[in-house]
Design a binder for this molecule. Structure first.
Ligand SMILES: [Ca+2]
Length: 385
């Protein structure tokens, strides 16, 4: 009758919690450095039981444990900590704590020195600046630097510090420590020469777009295939100085939306790729402020190639943030996108590399609401040997 009366109340039947019988710790053994903490948590059996827990350390000169089970390393050594359920003195558990020596903070870079404050080069010269800097102190944990050229049209610099003189003028090269110390140093590079405009062709040996194995999709030497909506073509020009291939490249300054480049050919191009799994899309991409692009581009967006003339069908794409914004450095970047890393928009109507007509780069977010300068040159395809 009592059960019927309880059920009649319309509420849940409240059962008393079972008595805790055993307790278990999340770890039986932990390591923690002196001066650092590591939490240990506790669970109770049977299910539904619980109890306040009393934590103790066998030797607080080696490690202490807080009232909620956070272990703090004090000095190098080994010690046991114990947990006891206050509602059942037989419900106990322990954890072995290895306290390691105190961690010594990384030594940060204190200075970067260039061997000279300025150099003069001829158009077409290359020069390895990484051999011209001294990063101190000698025992700095991370002595790598990021390179930047204030005028990439005068000289570009790649991630390893290899400088390439492009056209007459002066540019400031900056090397910034990658260890978060904020240390940087600059030098000046003056490129001499009457051959203004970078008439020297890029060395074919180091220019994959000039490699005979690359089938050119678009040389970006004119605007013929750039099919962006006219209202989006603001600031788009063909430039010759600083080009990477052919007669010119497409430059865009401060667009009005997040679509950067769209190439839509009248005629499909045969990419010459026989085995799609070995195909690559390649192009040169210029950005004057890679950090801003990365922070403002917004997640997602795509680099697309398709043969439908529409981005929604027979399309292979790569995430713009992952494959472009997060990778590029200031200046020209050679982008190589393996087909194997791309995604098919419609797998049952897949991209056919023999009929490519359409190329597009866009970013979600506010990429074009800022004063960026972008460049695009030499969009092409190649196949792994
Ligand atoms: Ca070109």
């Amino acid at each position: 009758m009592a059960a019927a009366a309880l059920a009649g109340c319309g509420g849940n039947i409240i059962m008393p919690s079972p008595m805790v019988e055993t307790i278990q710790l999340s770890q039986q053994e932990i390591s923690v450095c002196a001066g650092e903490t590591e939490p240990v948590s506790v669970s109770f059996a049977p299910v539904g039981s619980s109890s306040p827990v009393e934590w103790t350390s066998d030797d607080e000169r080696i490690a202490t444990v807080s009232i909620i089970g956070v272990v703090t390393g004090v000095a190098e050594g080994t010690v046991k900590i114990h947990a006891k359920a206050t509602r059942n003195a037989r419900a106990v558990a322990e954890c072995l704590v290895n306290v390691l020596p105190e961690r010594i903070p990384d030594v940060l870079v204190s200075s970067i020195k260039f061997a000279e404050t300025s150099w003069e080069l001829e158009i077409g010269d290359t020069f390895n600046l990484s051999e011209q800097i001294t990063v101190l102190p000698e025992d700095a944990a991370n002595k790598s630097v990021t390179w930047n050229s204030s005028k990439p049209e005068v000289a570009t610099i790649n991630g390893t510090g290899l400088l390439t003189a492009m056209s007459a003028g002066t540019t400031i090269i900056k090397a910034t420590a990658n260890d978060g110390s904020g240390v940087y140093s600059s030098c000046s590079i003056t490129v001499k020469g009457s051959e203004q405009g970078g008439d020297d062709p890029v060395d074919p040996g180091s220019d994959p777009a000039a490699d005979p194995k690359v089938t050119m999709f678009d040389s970006c030497d004119n605007m013929d295939n750039i099919t962006q909506n006219p209202k989006h073509r603001t600031g788009m020009t063909v430039e010759t100085i600083g080009r990477q291939e052919g007669k010119g490249y497409i430059q865009r300054i401060s667009g009005t939306d997040a679509e950067i480049f769209i190439i839509g050919r009248q005629e499909a191009i045969d990419s010459k790729i026989k085995d799609k799994s070995k195909g690559h899309l390649v192009f040169y991409f210029y950005i004057d402020d890679a950090a801003k692009l990365k922070s403002k581009a917004g997640a997602g967006g795509r680099i697309e190639i398709s043969q439908s003339g529409s981005p929604s069908l027979q399309c292979l794409y790569w995430d713009s943030q992952k494959y472009l914004a997060n990778k590029v450095q200031d200046g020209w970047n050679y982008i190589d996108l393996p087909f194997s890393e791309g995604t098919e928009i419609t797998p049952d109507n897949p991209f056919n590399q023999a009929g490519a007509k359409y190329f597009r780069i866009y970013f979600n977010g506010q990429a074009a609401s800022i004063e960026f300068t972008y460049g695009l040159d030499a969009v092409g395809f190649y196949e792994d040997e």
